[in-house]
Each structure stands twice: as structure tokens, then as C-alpha cells.
Design a protein around this ligand. Structure first.
Ligand code: NOJ
Length: 552
């Protein structure tokens, strides 16, 4: 391709968009190697178009040793050859743009993969060298440096320090990794690192990428000054300071980095967008979502909301207020590649504790599948009716449940291996999609599937759901299509039902009502035309576990 294509139009397209997350290795495999690829995605562009999404967010597609599903990036400006080529990437952008969809790339700035050229150079260089300064190397404690520099824990467990062997063969320094040992943390105090990321951002913007999802956006800048090294559990928001002075996360200085990226984003027309994955105290989220910074940040509040009208109301109202105060738009998320699918979570009563539930249900999952799917689609419809952008995760449009039956030896998630006490794996939501029920590998590809697909996947295959007017897929298509036609100002009015605490009802400025029944008895709908109901109405009323949209 000689010219990159751009999708012109609204600079604020991302404020109220439906964005579909693709986990590239598990979406569609064109060459039969068992790993999804860019050509596979290109072949499914018509599917995405029919689904009606505004944009696709692609999880990492860069060269990687896959120690953490591609979040261990060995080269930020290339494509993993198992996934494709830069020319195919251009082809994908063209195909999406030609069909009115945008592309958001995942950028992973907190750490690289250990195969990254600069990390390999650091290993070969001497302690104190400029090569080592791009990462976080420290001497160990003890007589021979054999004790790790601090008791900092990795998010995946156990320790955040790994000792290297120096080029002369002797045991040497230690390097810090907040995640797996194959994911060394960058030293963001190093100007070369900053400049290289600006180069990466520009590289993908020039190629026509419409935006970025920024991985662990709150972790880049750390205070390790004067020999100080944090001794704690990493990544836990409850132990994180909420005033920008935490040693490890969410330091005020991180926003300088994003301001410099924003300058680059604004050189393009329309300006590129970005969304932060920042697990921080909610009072700190607005800074990431500011228009001087990334512009949007994921709000993960709904993940813990459960099936509780009042809680959902409170979280939604707070998130919307925060976004309004900040001039940003809110984001809604129920599933992604890191969490147990929401159709499964809602099939379990009570407070959902992923770690405990996984351990107890590993080989005999106790899930009320019907309830799970009903509540999941009701919640999705509710979120789709709220102002802001909704991020969907591949397979949720099929109503997929978590695949629990992956044997230990086929697991890939480093968290599963590094933290045996928890034993929690994210692989169950990363199993390749079922496209065709009666085909090998359910139409994912002709040569196997890098994670095993359970037999029951065939019931959720795209061809089956496509043919069924009442399927989850057709419900998603309808909801997303309707939503497009209903788009209106980013406002809403909550409508109180004094007689019930289990109804969540709001109205958008154009008279679009959304009403969700969290209770057990059918409820009356507001007057107007019923546009959508996630379950059939019962005598004109909305049954339990359902959402309806009504145009007044
Ligand atoms: C967040 C990503 O979503 C997750 O998959 C990854 O393991 C960590 N960041 C580390 O990159």
C-alpha cells in the first residue's frame, strides 16, 4: 500500500463509541497454525461491520515470546510473524476504515519483553552502564548480593526481582519486574526510553492507527531515589496512596509523559485518542482522562458491581459525574481478556471473588448459565444506553461462558504458574472463538487451537447464533444498531421508582428510556414504543433479569 487511509470525521468519535476488543491470537486463524492472525481478522471485517461496532481495540500483536500473552513486547514497531506482517496490518486498517470502523492499538510502556534488543544489550553491558540504566537494575543485598534488593512482590507473584548472570558468568545484579520475570520494567527516568516511546507512538499514528489503549498506564514513573526500594505487594489499589506521591503507581509525574504523547496525537486529523488502563483511586482517574492527557480512562467500577440496582446506580452516577467534571467521557466495561467472562460471573450468586471462585470451581463449575446470560445481556444493554463508550470483549456477543476445563499443562497465563496459591488463570476467557458449530476447531482455523475449545462451544458458534433470531449475537447486533440511531447528548435523568429498589431506570435527552429489572417480579414499562427487550415481555411487563429500551 502506498497511501495510508484515514477515516475522516468527528474528532470526538470515541466519546460515545462501541469498541470491540480483539485478542488477536484467539480471534480467527487464517493459516492453520493454531494462532489467530491479522488475515483472520481481515476475513472477519464483515462480521464486525454487521455487529455495528465503531472501533476495534487489538490486544498486543508485536513480536513477543508470549510469556504474558503478548504483553511482553520484544519490538514495539513490528508485528509478530506468527500474527502477520506490517503490510497486512496496513491492509487491516484499510479494511476497517473502508467499513467505517477505527483501530485502537495496545501500547505497553511499563515493561518490555526480555527479548527486547535493549534488554539483551543491558544483560551484556556492565552494572552502571547506560544500557542498564534503561531498565531498573540494582545490586542485591547480603555479602555476595545474593539477597534480592527488596521484598517487592510481583503482581503475578511471587517476587518482583530476578537475578541475572553477568557476562563473565558470575551471579550478578537484579532487575525489577512488576509482572512476570520476562517483563522487565523500563526506567522512565531515562530520556532515551521516553524518546523511543514517542517514536513508537508516532510510528503507529503515521500508519493510521486511530488511538491507543495504554497498558498499566499508572505505573511508568516510580520513586526509587536514594536507594529506596518499595517493600510491598504491588498493584493493590487499597495500599496505593491517592495523592500522586505513591512510590510505585500513579505518581503525578506520569502525566508529563502523556502530555508529550498528546502533543503527538494532536498533530493528526482527527487527533488520535487514547484510553488508560489505570487501576487507581477514583479521585485520580480524571487526570488520565483529561484532554491534556490521554483523553479517556477505563472505569472498572462495574466489574465489582454485581447484580445490585442500587450499587450499579451509585457507580454509574459517580463515574458520569467524574467524567463531566473533567470534560471527558466515561467508559463502561464488563469483560476483557483479564477477567472471568461476565456471563459466568452473573451466573454465580453473591459477591464474586475471582480467586476463590476459580479455585473452588476449577473442575466442576457451579454456574447458573441461564441466569448468567440473562443478567449479563441485561447489564450490557443497560451500559450501552448510558452516555459514554462501551468496550466489549470478543465472544461476549455470543454469550460465551468462561472455559474452565483447560488442563494445567495447556495453561499459558503466567499468573497461574507464578502464583500457585491463587492458581487463578485468565486463559478461560482467551480460548479461540467458535465460528462454525460443525467444523473442526469450530471454524477458528484449520490447524488446531492454541488453547483447547470445550465441546459446548459449538452451541455458541457464530453460524448457530446467526441463524437464530433470538440469539445473543442478534440481540447485540440489534442493540448496537439501535444505539447508533439513538445517539444523543451525553446527559441522562435518573427516574426513581419509589415503590421498588430493584429497578434501575433512566432517560436520555431524546426520550430514550432504559429500564432494568434487578428484582424477581415483572415490572411495568414506561409509556412509549418498546425498542428492545433482552427477554420477551410477560403480559407487556419486563421480566426479572432483563433490560428494555423504550422510546417515549
Ligand atoms: C494489563 C493487561 O491487560 C494484562 O493482560 C497484562 O498481563 C498486564 N497488564 C501486564 O502487561
Amino acid at each position: 500500500m502506498s497511501e495510508f487511509t484515514f477515516l475522516a470525521g468527528d474528532a470526538h468519535w470515541w466519546r460515545q463509541a462501541v469498541i470491540y476488543q480483539i485478542y488477536p491470537r484467539s480471534f480467527a486463524d487464517s493459516n492453520g497454525d493454531g494462532i489467530g492472525d491479522l488475515k483472520g481478522i481481515i476475513s472477519r471485517v464483515p462480521y464486525l461491520k454487521q455487529l455495528g461496532v465503531d472501533a476495534v481495540w487489538m490486544s498486543p500483536f508485536y513480536p513477543s515470546a508470549l510469556a504474558d500473552g503478548g504483553y511482553d513486547v520484544d519490538d514495539y514497531r513490528d508485528i509478530d510473524p506468527r500474527i502477520g506482517t506490517l503490510a497486512e496490518f496496513d491492509e487491516l486498517i484499510d479494511a476497517l476504515h473502508a467499513n467505517g470502523m477505527r483501530l485502537i492499538a495496545d501500547i505497553v510502556p511499563n515493561h518490555s519483553g526480555s527479548g527486547h534488543k535493549w534488554f539483551q544489550e543491558a544483560l551484556k553491558a556492565a552494572p552502571g552502564s547506560p544500557e542498564r540504566d534503561r531498565y531498573i537494575f540494582r545490586d542485591g543485598k547480603g555479602e555476595n548480593g545474593e539477597i534480592r534488593p527488596s521484598e517487592l512482590a510481583s503482581h503475578f507473584g511471587p517476587t518482583a526481582w530476578t537475578r541475572i548472570t553477568e557476562p563473565d558468568g558470575t551471579p550478578g545484579q537484579w532487575y525489577m519486574h512488576l509482572f512476570a520475570s520476562e517483563q522487565p520494567d523500563w526506567n522512565w527516568d531515562n530520556e532515551e526510553v521516553r524518546a523511543d516511546f514517542r517514536k513508537t507512538v508516532k510510528f503507529w499514528c503515521d500508519r493510521g492507527v486511530d488511538g491507543f489503549r495504554v497498558d498499566v498506564a499508572h505505573a511508568l514513573v516510580k520513586d526509587l531515589s536514594n536507594g529506596h526500594l518499595p517493600e510491598r505487594q504491588s498493584y493493590d489499589v487499597s495500599v496505593m496512596k491517592n495523592d500522586g506521591t505513591d512510590d510505585l503507581f500513579d505518581r503525578d509525574e506520569v502525566h508529563k509523559i502523556y502530555a508529550s504523547w498528546r502533543e503527538i496525537f494532536n498533530e493528526y486529523n482527527p487527533p488520535r485518542m487514547a484510553v488508560a488502563e489505570a487501576w487507581v483511586h477514583s479521585n485520580r482517574l480524571p487526570a488520565y482522562a483529561s484532554e491534556k492527557g490521554l483523553g479517556q480512562s477505563f472505569s472498572f467500577d462495574m466489574l465489582g458491581a454485581g447484580w445490585d440496582a442500587q450499587r450499579v446506580h451509585e457507580l454509574a452516577a459517580n463515574a458520569l459525574q467524574r467524567a463531566k467534571d473533567n470534560g471527558s467521557s466515561n467508559t463502561w466495561v464488563l469483560s476483557n481478556h483479564d477477567i472471568i467472562r461476565h456471563a459466568t460471573r452473573f451466573g454465580v450468586d453473591g459477591q464474586f471473588d475471582a480467586g476463590k471462585w476459580f479455585k473452588a470451581n476449577r473442575f466442576n463449575p457451579k454456574v447458573n448459565v441461564k441466569q448468567g446470560l440473562e443478567r449479563a445481556t441485561a447489564m450490557t444493554a443497560l451500559l450501552l444506553a448510558l452516555p459514554g463508550s462501551t468496550y466489549l470483549y470478543q465472544g461476549e456477543e455470543l454469550g460465551l461462558q468462561e472455559a474452565m476445563e483447560i488442563p494445567d499443562e495447556l495453561m499459558q497465563d503466567p499468573q497461574f504458574f507464578r502464583n500457585p496459591d491463587l492458581g487463578l488463570s485468565r486463559d478461560g476467557c482467551r480460548v479461540p472463538l467458535p465460528w462454525v458449530a460443525n467444523h473442526k476447531w469450530f471454524g477458528f482455523g484449520e490447524g488446531g487451537s492454541h488453547l483447547p475449545q470445550p465441546e459446548w462451544y459449538k452451541n455458541y458458534a457464530v453460524d448457530v447464533e446467526d441463524a437464530d433470531p433470538n440469539s445473543t449475537l442478534n440481540l447485540y447486533r440489534k442493540a448496537i444498531g439501535l444505539r447508533k440511531g439513538l445517539e444523543t447528548a451525553e446527559e441522562l435523568t435518573w427516574i426513581k421508582h419509589w415503590f421498588s429498589k430493584t429497578i434501575l431506570h433512566f432517560k436520555r435527552p431524546n426520550g430514550w428510556h432504559s429500564i432494568t429489572n434487578f428484582g424477581t417480579k415483572p415490572v411495568k414499562l414506561p409509556k412509549g414504543r418498546v425498542l428492545l427487550s433482552t427477554l420477551p415481555l410477560v403480559g407487556g411487563k419486563l421480566p426479572a433479569n432483563a433490560t428494555a429500551w423504550v422510546q417515549a
